[in-house]
Design a protein around this ligand. Structure first.
Ligand SMILES: Nc1nc2c(ncn2[C@@H]2O[C@H](COP(=O)(O)OP(=O)(O)OP(=O)(O)O)[C@@H](O)[C@H]2O)c(=O)[nH]1
Ligand SMILES: [Mg+2]
Length: 271
């Protein structure tokens, strides 16, 4: 199903992993997995297949920014054969943060119970899906976490590990959130809680989106949990890590953190 042509209404009901959607609710939760892609043609087909092997009931939404390598066309073809697969085709590279906001709006509009996001390059191994989903029975957000016991990063250079640790240290200090890994994108959100967050308020377009989103959810009263994952290097394709964006994200975080410390980040409900 190609969403650039056709925005579908609620998809089929699905059985679930990870408990019911709300206390007392015995219905199985409906799960949407979102994958933002920019040049992931070498990964996307195998990744979708692997996700469906582990969670066959999941609907998968790919948000593709007109990848020059034809990722969007590949997903469009898959979506013709499998109703669980949907493509949101955007005209150009608009940034990972805006792709994730689009996925959140889609999950809300289509009444999913859980939205689970993963990178589309196999850095977030699908084998952790059952563990992350199981944690949703008593949390509103489950983080696939590199920095709790049992988690880690595979073959990351020292500089990258240090930067990642420094960002998380800064987040703990300025944003005062009780989590070890606030910068990873492997996360499951309870969609009813996303409805309570004003998505129009999110300033970050790039890397700092992860911290800002978590912060907004935390301020909205979400219970945060972490499940250990080993972050692996991408299987195919090239890294899109961008130094300019990294600097912009650091300054976004600093700005948000200082506003928080000065009490300027009160909770505001969406209209
Ligand atoms: N739709 C969309 N997806 C993006 C964009 N930038 C990155 N992505 C995707 O977001 C996911 C995470 O990307 P990053 O981890 O930031 O970058 P990366 O290229 O995977 O970097 P490495 O992990 O170092 O290889 C991947 O699935 C990318 O294809 C973007 O502007 N738009
Ligand atoms: Mg990656």
């Amino acid at each position: 199903m190609n969403l650039s042509r056709d925005l579908p209404a609620a998809a089929h009901l699905a059985p679930a992993v990870g408990g019911s959607a709300a206390p007392g609710d015995t219905r199985q939760p409906r799960l949407l997995v979102s994958l933002a892609t920019y040049n992931e043609a070498g990964n996307i087909t195998a990744l979708i297949r692997e996700i469906h092997t582990i969670v066959p009931h999941a609907d998968i939404l790919v948000i593709d920014d007109n990848s020059p390598d034809g990722t969007g066309a590949l997903v469009a073809e898959l979506s013709q054969k499998d109703a669980r697969i949907r493509l949101l085709a955007r005209p150009g590279k608009l940034g990972l943060g805006t792709a994730l906001v689009a996925a959140m709006r889609y999950a809300i509009a289509n009444n999913y119970d859980y939205l689970l996001n993963m990178d589309a390059d196999f850095s977030h191994p699908p084998r952790y899906l059952p563990g992350i989903l199981a944690g949703m029975s008593h949390h509103d957000i489950m983080i696939g976490s590199r920095y709790v016991r049992g988690g880690g990063t595979e073959n990351w250079p020292l500089a990258r590990r240090m930067i990642s640790q420094a960002v998380n240290w800064m987040v703990r200090l300025l944003l005062r959130m009780p989590v070890k890994d606030a910068s990873g994108a492997y996360r499951c959100y309870r969609v009813s809680k996303l409805r309570e967050v004003d998505l129009n308020r999110i300033r970050s377009r790039g890397y700092s989106f992860q911290q800002e989103m978590l912060f907004r959810c935390y301020k909205a009263g979400c219970r945060l949990g972490e499940f250990p994952i080993l972050f692996e290097n991408r299987r195919a394709g090239a890294s899109k890590v961008n130094r300019m964006e990294a600097l912009r994200s650091m300054s976004n975080l600093l700005y948000l953190g200082l506003r928080n410390l000065f009490g300027l980040e009160e909770v505001r409900r969406p209209n």
